[in-house]
Design a protein around this ligand. Structure first.
Ligand code: SF4
Length: 415
């Protein structure tokens, strides 16, 4: 397959977005280079188009008039661009910086070198550095839904901060401060990295990449499964995932034995099984994705499948929570109740289904009544006053229903 423009730019070196995988699974890079690289998923392509739009809007807004643009993607690009400008101003205000003292850039690739050798590269969506002081800001756009690790645990953002640190001469200073942030529709995350953080990350990244450079052959380095497997191009070539399917890492025999023994296992066994099951999950996901790709590649061969979107999901966005809570106070819903309806650590994304039921109860509507999508929309819009976001989920592959048999009127059908 012809390398993409992005792959050409990276020249076979590790990129900031893949650094987390290189750190956690050192064997992945060599395997990915020889893997039968799958075509990008639709949402990756959409993310790339949105990033391109943001760049065009930021640097040459008129240029978007000449291209065919998907309306929803344009709306996301404009939203993220505006939010990014607000975020930069907020960081400056909080820290007492003057925005005019910064040089701002978009979509620029930098290289990290160690001992005169290129180690990795990264293209920063937006960066800004103070013209004289050792201060910088890195803002990474995320157009997707997936929740990410917070910036202080996010290897991609740390890798970008380290790139700026090395490439902007006056940042190379023990007083350095690099503010990193993710720019997303659905969450707000920020952190400040100092010299010690950068030094620590430098050691982790350099050790991992050094080991990879010294062992360039596939299967020369240990593999470790985890979150970083999700976008690994070598999933179908990965012996660890394959082995996981056969015996859950060979520790417990065939999965069916675990299935039978799991209720009697003690804590260490459960912990091991949990890790091993995760490996199996990634292997099964890889099989599903590959099957999906076959269908995508040859739709004429698989005419019985089609892509269909499920109903939109409604979500509350954390930045609007105070307004949502005050709006709901009118119908007797407390802020505590709103938070208790949101999942996880509550301040990221909340599905609204529990909240819908609560609102129904407060409005003396039957909470167990079958709520149709349209009814729920009406009630929610009324109660939440527009603070509810809509998100159409990714289209999923379905097997088409066989066409109904046509029976001519008046004819008897024999069983
Ligand atoms: S699939 Fe996971 S374990 Fe296998 S090479 Fe890729 S990152 Fe490593």
């Amino acid at each position: 397959m012809k390398p993409t423009e992005e792959e050409d730019e990276r020249g076979g070196f590790i990129s900031g977005s893949k650094l987390s995988r290189a750190i956690n699974c050192q064997g992945a890079h060599a395997l990915e280079l020889v893997a039968n690289t799958p075509p990008p998923k639709w949402f990756t392509e959409a993310g790339t188009r949105i990033a391109d739009l943001i760049d065009k809007l930021a640097t040459d807004p008129d240029s978007v008039n000449d291209i065919d643009v998907d309306e929803e993607e344009m709306e996301t690009a404009l939203f993220l661009l505006n939010k990014k400008a607000t975020k930069f101003s907020e960081i400056c205000e909080e820290q007492g910086y003057n925005p005019d003292d910064f040089t701002v850039f978009h979509e620029e690739r930098f290289w990290y070198t160690h001992e005169a050798t290129p180690y990795y590269s990264g293209k920063l969506d937006t960066g800004a550095y103070h013209k004289t002081k050792p201060i910088a800001v890195v803002i990474d756009d995320k157009s997707g839904w997936m929740e990410l690790p917070p910036p202080w645990m996010n290897d991609q953002l740390k890798s970008y901060a380290l790139l700026l640190y090395q490439n902007v001469p006056h940042l190379t200073n023990k007083e350095v401060k690099i503010h990193v942030a993710t720019n997303s529709r659905f969450w707000d995350q920020e952190a400040t990295l100092d010299f010690d953080d950068l030094r620590e990350f430098h050691a982790i990244a350099v050790n991992a990449i050094k080991a990879i450079n010294l062992n360039p052959k596939p299967y020369g380095l240990p593999l470790r499964a985890g979150e970083w497997c999700r976008y690994c191009d070598a999933r179908m070539e990965c012996p660890l995932l394959r082995q996981g399917l056969v015996s859950i890492e060979g520790n417990y025999g065939p999965p069916v034995e675990i299935y039978e023994k799991i209720r009697q296992m003690d804590v260490p066994e459960i912990e091991a099984v949990l890790i091993a099951s995760e490996t199996v999950n990634f292997a099964v996901k890889a099989i599903y994705d590959e099957a999906e790709r076959r269908i995508q590649k040859s739709p004429d061969e698989f005419k019985q499948f089609e892509y269909r979107s499920g109903p939109s999901r409604r979500v509350l966005v954390d930045s609007t929570l105070p307004e949502v809570a005050s709006n709901l106070a009118d119908i007797g819903v407390t802020g505590e109740e709103v938070l208790s309806c949101l999942r996880g650590d509550a301040l990221t994304i909340g599905k609204t289904s529990k909240l819908e039921k609560l609102i129904y109860a407060k409005l003396n509507l039957d909470p167990d009544a079958k709520i149709t999508h349209k009814d729920a929309d009406e009630v929610m819009v009324k109660a939440l006053g527009g603070f509810v976001g809509e998100k159409t989920p990714a289209p999923k592959l379905w097997k088409k229903k066989p066409p109904k048999k046509q029976v001519a009127k008046g004819k008897e059908v024999k069983a």
